[in-house]
Write a protein that binds this ligand. Structure first.
Ligand SMILES: *Cc1c(COP(=O)(O)O)cnc(C)c1O
Length: 512
């Protein structure tokens, strides 16, 4: 204490001690376990109350209304307690959040989440295992591995299959294409005539073949992997938005005649807009003939692995060299939860790096299961626990029943739209999306574009329902993505009536 020379210093010292004590009361440990329970319960109760009292997916709040509230928070001045912070958060976030569980949320591939996964979420963030190394995760590693094996088993990828959980389909696609790229380069280098010693020269010749309806993360991956956006050859689709095998055959032949190397064929099992599933058998056969890797992007369609009535839509997926599955879409898991699976576990070596401080090569030799050896990430959440508890509590059939319900709902919505002369369906529903537009007789193409853009904005601004928009052959359409088996046909009808009313109002205004 002799170090303290003035009263000011003494006050500082006192308040520093107080601060340190208060802060250490917030650490999650045995002493503070009761506080943990009480505080998390406050939060859980708040969300439950909020959900019970919301009766629409959104308030329609605009960014300009919320941003001053968020900007006005002084982050250097904490509130007195958790209750106060939660109360503040209610106004900043919960009040105007977009709620995916609401039956009139029909916009993007966001699912209502299942309670077993929320139970898992509570555990995994508190224990905070990190899945990079065994010495940071232990049993969590084994649970993740079992789920990778379970998924690969349902895919039928064979005894040598493996994979790893990722943050989402974008990362799963990137990792699969990274492996495919290195696989292709390795093979090129075995051929002295190929002159592929210098990597940029090799990359220049590699091509990825994906349908024009494939997800943009394929093109993004190509750019990240050094192929450029031009490295992706878009393959034409048929009228149902599935990759046309004849067009793929032609694209592969044309590419070969230009001296290019087919690095990967990407088949999509569930395109984001149409839910269309590319012909998997034909894609596999053409990829095999071309000596190409076959990646199946089943980010959306992956849930069919649990379906009781529609599993056959994935027939042929077992021929893939790699597969992307998003559990946070059609397995009803909270964000984030995804996996990339490979047919041949040895191909995961393409992402393995050994760091002496983390996962030395000696650990791999001793067969210590370090998941970082297979992952693009280092520190990584134990997202697998959510799926584990989901399977242990409700079972795979339960997931499948929820997905089947959403698919049936889409098919009924398709009938509604088909029967209605004021709506145009872009193509019959294939999974759980519907692409359509409001276009009563006599509305020209330009007006139809403006009309449907307006409807999309007006519906979302009302907050009564959420629908998405997309373009088909350059024209503006609306889109339903249905993942909520509890949504009734009446509720879908109500959204259609709202669309009609907004649309009719727009047309009347345009005429006046
Ligand atoms: C959603 C989606 C992705 C991207 O997945 P994220 O989890 O959003 O990163 C990739 N491919 C398809 C077909 C998708 O629908």
């Amino acid at each position: 204490m002799t170090l303290l020379s003035s009263t000011a210093d003494q006050t500082d010292f006192g308040s520093r001690i107080e601060l340190a004590l208060a802060a250490s009361n917030q650490l999650f440990n045995p002493r503070n376990a009761p506080r943990y329970v009480a505080d998390v319960l406050q939060a859980v109760n708040l969300v439950a109350t909020k959900v019970s009292r919301t009766s629409r997916p959104f308030t329609g709040c605009a960014p300009g209304q919320l941003s001053p509230l968020v900007a006005g928070v002084d982050l250097d001045r904490p509130l007195p307690d958790t209750a106060a912070a939660l109360e503040e958060l209610e106004g900043l976030y919960l009040q105007d959040a977009v709620y995916f569980h609401d039956p009139k949320y029909a916009a993007h591939l966001n699912c209502p989440v299942v309670i077993p996964a929320l139970v898992g979420e509570a555990i995994l963030s508190a224990v905070n295992s990190s899945l990079d190394t065994w010495d940071q995760s232990a049993g969590a590693t084994l649970i993740e591995r079992r789920l990778v094996d379970w998924t690969a088993g349902r895919l039928g990828l064979g005894a040598e299959a493996d994979g790893v959980f990722t943050s989402g389909g974008t990362q799963s696609n990137l990792q699969a294409l990274l492996i495919a790229r290195n696989h292709a380069v390795e093979r090129l280098r075995q051929d002295p005539a190929a002159d592929a010693g210098w990597l940029p020269q090799a990359l220049d010749r590699l091509r990825i073949f994906a349908s024009e309806a494939s997800h943009f993360s394929i093109a993004k991956s190509a750019a990240l992997l050094g192929l450029g956006y031009d490295g992706v050859v878009p393959v034409r689709c048929d009228s149902e938005r599935r990759m046309d095998p004849a067009a793929l055959r032609q694209a592969l032949a044309d590419s070969r005649s230009r001296g290019e190397v087919p690095m990967a064929v990407v088949a999509t099992a569930g395109t984001t807009d149409f839910g269309s599933i590319d012909p998997l058998d034909a894609a596999a056969e053409l990829a095999r003939q071309a000596g190409s890797w076959l990646h199946v992007d089943a980010a959306y369609g992956g849930g069919l692995l649990t379906s009781l009535r529609y599993r056959h839509l994935l027939d042929g997926i077992s021929a893939a060299d790699s597969v992307t599955v998003d559990y946070h879409k059609t397995f009803f898991q909270p964000v984030s939860s995804s996996a990339v699976l490979v047919r041949d576990r040895s191909t995961l070596r393409h992402v393995a790096f050994h760091a002496d401080y983390l996962n030395p090569a000696s650990a791999a030799r001793e067969q210590i299961p370090n998941q970082v050896d297979k992952s693009l990430q280092t520190t990584r959440r134990f997202d697998a626990l959510k799926l584990w508890l989901t399977l242990r509590i409700m079972g795979a059939d339960g997931i499948g029943a929820l997905l089947d319900g959403a698919i049936d709902l889409a098919s009924r919505a398709g009938e509604l739209l088909e029967q209605d002369p004021e709506f145009e369906l872009a193509s019959a529903p294939q999974l759980s999306t519907l692409v359509f537009r409001y276009r009563p007789e006599g509305v020209d193409a330009g007006t139809a574009d403006a009309l449907n853009l307006h409807i999309r904005r007006a519906v979302c601004a009302s907050g009564e329902a959420m629908v998405a928009g997309t373009t088909v052959d350059g024209r503006h359409y609306l889109k339903f993505t249905l993942l909520n088996a509890e949504t009734s046909v009446e509720e879908l009808n109500a959204i259609l009536e709202q669309i009609r009313a907004i649309g009719a109002g727009f047309l009347a205004g345009a005429r006046a």
